[in-house]
Design a protein around this ligand. Structure first.
Ligand SMILES: Cc1cc2nc3c(=O)[nH]c(=O)nc-3n(C[C@H](O)[C@H](O)[C@H](O)COP(=O)(O)OP(=O)(O)OC[C@H]3O[C@@H](n4cnc5c(N)ncnc54)[C@H](O)[C@@H]3O)c2cc1C
Length: 476
């Protein structure tokens, strides 16, 4: 069993450049995932100097562990948007997703990108009688907007609908194809982490671990922005984690599917493989990641009578009002984030909006995704959300466990003992916004339940938004 995603066997070849102390460019894209590379694609031939930096390798982020369904049937999003906003807003969102699918298909066809794009039906289903109503509401809305939607019947479900003009692909083969196209026009810098951004006269100064970058325009495409102000993304979003297991099957099918029940079931096929996502949950201070991992593998075995060949975990940013945050944050500074686990389409629409704004073109979705918006759904969810992180630190405090939790002069520490008996002690406070960290027994990492930052047992950053290591303590 491999603890990587099924996509990560691919090696994206990049001619990465080095920053010699300082770099000046017209446009800087921070983050080389699907958002950053799509944006670079649209900006590649506008006659400006464009550079991309990534803190690791291109494509090493959330995109490398996605399930890559390209669909506009996204749980019951249209009902949710109608409730949070109104029907016009929900319909505009639908149009944005359909346009994004067309753009993805056009780019792949035009450039002959070999990324196993396949037209498959998308199914939305429930196995719980109490959710039948939710499915029929979603169907009603789609029908009203002239989307061809069919009912599906099966012994395994109580209600389901299907649309047919949707796709799946191999996400890293797609990114590899984009890198080949943009490399001629765009400079790529791997292993460069943006740590701070400030405005200096008419350009942005971006401090990185490899030197300063000056840019007239900056696009923040690094999944979770590393700054809090402007936009206050941490107050408008939360993180959901999902566990994915993959096995080879004798029979595969030409559809992808997702349910709307409490226990997520997400299905797609790739060649002979079944890719199954489950156990989706909000990050809170009470979760035990190992338990979730174990449960997801056990459920997979029970359902499909197979041990997984690949098994992995991934997390995405969920917006409190169900719409991503995309666009201009302030003059010459742009973000695209919080895709609610539908990043294949939303990264495409985000890249199109931002590149249109940079080229002074109108985009009909600019207002819909305004990243500076504030509304009642965002505020109410933010207040409710804060209760998920209230538990200050684990109940296991002072009990014998690995890690141990100790307190010295009022400061809480976690001490993990490795297999050689070495003790690794770190402060339990996340440097990003001071949330209390939770230990992840599956991967031996310290994880922030509020905003998703992750650290190794010595407190070194594995994953942002934080740009700082946990304050280290002397090993005891
Ligand atoms: C389990 C799971 C399944 C999913 N399945 C689907 C699906 O079927 N369909 C769908 O549409 N969506 C799906 N999604 C959502 C989708 O995968 C994501 O929304 C999308 O991949 C995010 O892309 P991104 O480019 O914004 O982020 P990333 O891919 O994470 O790219 C951001 C990049 O920025 C870099 N970076 C971060 N911080 C810095 C910094 N400070 N300086 C420099 N670089 C930095 C990172 O290294 C990374 O490479 C799923 C999500 C999950 C969790």
């Amino acid at each position: 069993m491999k603890n990587i995603s099924i996509w990560e066997d691919i090696n994206i070849k990049v001619k990465s450049k080095n920053i010699e102390k300082e770099l000046t460019t017209d446009i800087l894209i921070i983050g080389g995932g699907i958002t950053g590379l799509n944006t670079a694609y649209f900006l590649k031939d506008i006659g400006k100097q464009v550079a991309i930096i990534d803190k690791g390798k291109i494509g090493c982020g959330i995109t490398s562990k996605t399930t890559a369904k390209i669909s506009y049937l996204q749980e019951n999003i249209y009902t949710k948007l109608t409730n949070n906003f109104d029907e016009d807003t929900a319909k505009l969102y639908l149009n944005s997703q359909i346009d994004a699918i067309k753009l993805i298909k056009d780019i792949i066809d035009k450039n002959k990108i070999k990324c196993d794009l396949e037209k498959v039906a998308s199914i939305l289903f429930t196995r719980d009688a109490k959710n039948i109503e939710k499915i029929s509401k979603e169907k009603e809305l789609l029908k009203k907007w002239n989307i061809k939607v069919e009912d599906i019947l099966s012994d395994n479900i109580v209600s389901g609908i299907k649309v047919s003009d949707t796709y799946t692909f191999h996400p890293l083969k797609y990114l590899d194809g984009l890198v080949k196209i943009i490399s001629e026009y765009v400079d790529i810098y791997e292993n460069v982490t943006a740590k701070n951004i400030t405005l200096e006269k008419d350009k942005y100064k971006v401090e990185t671990n490899r030197g300063i970058i000056y840019a007239k325009k900056v696009i923040v495409a690094c999944h979770y922005p590393f700054f809090i102000i402007p936009t206050m993304i941490p107050l408008k979003t939360y993180i959901k984690r999902e566990y994915v297991n993959v096995a080879k099957m004798k029979n595969t099918s030409n559809y992808s599917a997702i349910n709307i029940d409490d226990n997520l079931m997400s299905i797609r096929y790739y060649k002979d493989y079944l890719i199954y996502g489950s156990n989706k949950h909000r990050l809170t201070s009470k979760i035990d990641y190992k338990e979730n991992y174990d449960k997801s593998r056990k459920d997979f075995k029970n359902l499909f009578k197979k041990d997984p060949l690949y098994t992995w975990m991934n997390q995405d940013i969920m917006s409190n009002d169900n719409l991503p945050f995309i666009g201009k944050v302030k003059d010459n500074l742009y973000i695209s984030t919080a895709y609610n686990a539908w990043g294949m389409t939303n990264s495409m629409i985000g890249s199109k909006i931002i590149s249109d704004l940079i080229m002074d073109k109108e985009n009909k979705y600019e207002k819909l995704f305004n990243p500076n918006r504030i509304n009642s759904s965002l505020i109410i969810e933010s207040i409710i959300g804060s209760f998920h992180y209230m538990k200050v630190y684990p109940e296991a405090l002072f009990k014998k466990s690995n890690p141990e939790y100790i307190e010295i002069k009022g400061v809480k520490y976690g001490v993990f003992t490795d297999t050689f008996g070495n003790r690794h002690m770190v402060s339990l406070i996340c440097p990003h916004m001071k949330c209390n960290l939770v230990f992840n027994r599956e991967e031996n990492t310290w994880d922030c339940p509020c905003h998703g930052s992750r650290f190794d047992i010595d407190g070194n950053i594995i994953y942002g938004p934080t740009t700082k290591d946990i304050k280290k303590c002397i090993k005891k």
